[in-house]
Write a protein that binds this ligand. Structure first.
Ligand SMILES: O=C(CO)[C@@H](O)[C@H](O)COP(=O)(O)O
Length: 227
């Protein structure tokens, strides 16, 4: 089966028991921890910094941690998140003064680098930097909050991003974030995504394992050509 990854967004986890809840969602089948960093400036919400990521590593979380920076400016936080144990660091190109420099800074610190595209942000930002990118993250909601509905136009944008990746021949993940549920993950995968962030769909359910295995069953259907 195609190497699909489920990335539970701990924005929807129990913040009072973050280590325990993160370990629980990984034991339930989550592949990557999605870690949303919001600064109450680039987006109207405030969440977690590098100290929280380090605390998760110290707690014993060894899975890849995918840091989604919703901050402006971008560069100052990159070394701190890398030192804390980030695996991927992605940022919004319109929040960086020098996109190429920010991407290179992430790689220089040993992390995988990526750009994040809001629903109304053009994929043109990929021009000239594709060779410095390990992951493209398309937002299927406007960033800032969990629990919003998937914006359907993102499916076309996914197809467009998939074509760009395939034409490049580069090894780049295509990640989707916002409103991902069991009942739409198949269509999202069919449009080209291979890494799926899901917050409220997983953490809003009593049984994380049953949601994640339902999502993986839908993905297996796409991989086997059933959707
Ligand atoms: O970055 C964000 C929101 O800005 C997301 O990662 C959300 O955490 C996704 O939550 P759901 O839409 O899956 O509830």
């Amino acid at each position: 089966m195609k190497n699909f990854l489920i990335a539970p967004s701990i924005l929807s986890a129990d913040f009072a028991r973050l280590g325990e809840d993160t370990a629980r969602v990984l034991a339930a089948g989550g592949d990557v921890v999605h870690f949303d960093v919001m600064d109450n400036h680039y987006v109207p919400n405030l969440t977690m910094g590098p100290m929280v990521l380090k605390a998760l590593r110290d707690y014993g979380i060894t899975a890849p941690i995918d840091v989604h920076l919703m901050v402006k400016p971008v560069d100052r936080l990159i070394p701190d998140f890398a030192a804390a144990g980030a695996s991927y660091i992605t940022f919004h190109p319109e929040a960086s003064a020098h996109v190429d420099r920010s991407l290179q800074l992430i790689r220089d610190h040993g992390c995988k680098a990526g750009l994040v595209f809001n629903p109304a942000t053009s994929l043109n930002y990929l021009d000239y930097v594709l060779d410095k990118i390990d992951v493209i993250l398309l937002m299927s909601v406007n960033p800032g909050f969990g629990g919003q509905s998937f914006i359907p136009g993102t499916l076309d944008k996914l197809r467009q991003a998939r074509r760009i990746i395939d034409d490049s021949g580069l090894d780049i993940r295509l990640e989707i974030d916002g409103g991902v549920k069991v009942d739409n993950i198949g269509a999202i995968a069919a449009a080209g995504a291979d890494m799926f962030v899901a917050g409220s769909a997983i953490f809003g359910h009593e049984n994380y394992q049953s949601v994640i295995s339902d999502m993986k069953r839908e993905l297996a259907g796409v991989a086997n050509g059933q959707s």
